[in-house]
Design a binder for this molecule. Structure first.
Ligand code: NAD
Length: 340
């Protein structure tokens, strides 16, 4: 029997996780919630997803515009085995009370503080440690990208010290009230909160992060300098390790991918749902090795990188796969990742 899943919050992350759940062989999407009608609610309805009303929402507002409502969020929670909370930052913490009342396990997102859940989660990083937990927090897009890279580097060469500058997108494509539109805004928290967040997955990792925000809506870019504990043979060995890892996509020089515009164009060509790029993007030309010093860029599609991790978080909590690689393989096959 499939595990029944609810998605509470159907915005940027929620609508993607809903589609991803619907594609998994062992999961069933029971319904999604909206607080008020909008184009995303319309799309949910067009896709045949059952819509429930969350927060302060009123069913009559939906019915007035012709959107069929199957009940309240409470009614949805009564029909599922697990809930993925994809509501805005800090609303998840409020919703937690509801999930506790229903006694169902919950996955939270990176906009919540770490203590919202029993543990923070990354599929390549700490799947086994998260098995059987009643609540997990999938770390943010930037932290997920860093944790994945750590999983490749730590296991093979060890890390003495890692410094990374995060060049962050200003807003998601659908947002029209955020900026900057013309400017570069340093984050005056030095180092930034991202390093401590990576340590919720890898507690012993020495990592210092800084961040600037730039006027773009698609992708972050990480500028990494890692002092490895042991020197790889050469840069090719590191490239090969990234290529061999799930959830990494390495662009070869001949592909002429100069930056994020071509990465997103590739994603549109590939046409996975929402034209997403759920993998960490590495440029073959954007990686250099000098002894133990590794320099590399990686790009992170903020809207989608956490989507497969949400699926694996469900499997870890409900013990649906024996280990991380097994879950990742099921998830990625269903999503079409790693398939040229
Ligand atoms: P979003 O604003 O696009 O979507 C949130 C949805 O939740 C909206 O549809 C909103 O109407 C709905 N909502 C509001 N109040 C609610 C309530 N009480 N109960 C249920 N739903 C409610 O936000 P998002 O970008 O999808 O972010 C969701 C979470 O994912 C946040 O924690 C965020 O930090 C995290 N996250 C976002 C990104 C990103 O780039 N957008 C990346 C990684 C993680």
């Amino acid at each position: 029997m499939k595990v029944r899943v609810a998605i509470n919050g159907f915005g940027t992350i929620g609508k993607r996780v809903a589609d991803a759940v619907a594609k998994q062989p062992d999961l069933e999407l029971v319904g999604v919630t909206k607080t008020r009608p909008n184009f995303e609610g319309r799309r949910a309805s067009e896709k045949g997803y059952r819509l429930f009303v969350a927060g302060e929402g009123k069913p009559s507002d939906f019915e007035a515009v012709g959107l069929r409502i199957s009940g309240t969020v409470e009614e949805l929670l009564g029909q599922v085995d697990v809930v993925v909370d994809a509501s805005p930052d800090q609303v998840g913490r409020e919703n937690r009370k509801l999930y506790e009342r229903f006694g169902i396990p919950a996955v939270f997102q990176g906009g919540e503080k770490a203590d919202v859940a029993e543990a923070s989660f990354n599929a390549l990083g700490n799947y086994l440690a998260c098995r059987g937990k009643r609540s997990l927090r999938v770390v943010s897009c930037n932290t997920t990208g860093l944790a994945r890279a750590a999983s490749v580097l730590l296991g093979r060469w060890g890390i003495d010290h890692w410094e990374v500058t995060l060049v962050r997108r200003a807003a998601d494509p659908a947002e029209s009230k955020k900026g900057p539109l013309n400017g570069i805004v340093p984050t005056f928290q030095l180092p930034s909160h991202h390093g401590p967040d990576v340590r919720t997955i890898y507690p012993d990792l020495t990592i210092a992060t800084t961040a600037v925000v730039v006027p773009t809506t698609l992708m972050h870019v990480h500028v990494n300098h890692v002092r490895l504990r042991h020197a790889p043979r050469d840069a090719e060995e590191v490239i090969a390790a990234f290529r061999a890892s799930p959830r990494f996509h390495v662009f070869a020089p001949w592909e002429r991918v100069e930056g994020t515009p071509q990465v997103m164009e590739y994603a549109r060509d590939r046409g996975i749902g929402f034209n997403d790029m759920m993998e960490n993007v590495i440029w073959h030309d954007g990686l250099r090795l000098d002894g133990r010093d590794l320099y590399f860029f990686q790009a992170i599609h903020q809207e989608s990188i956490v989507v497969p991790e949400n699926i694996d978080a469900i499997r870890a909590m409900l013990d649906l796969a024996p280990n991380g690689p097994a879950s990742v393989a099921i998830t990625d096959r269903a999503l079409g990742l790693g398939v040229p």
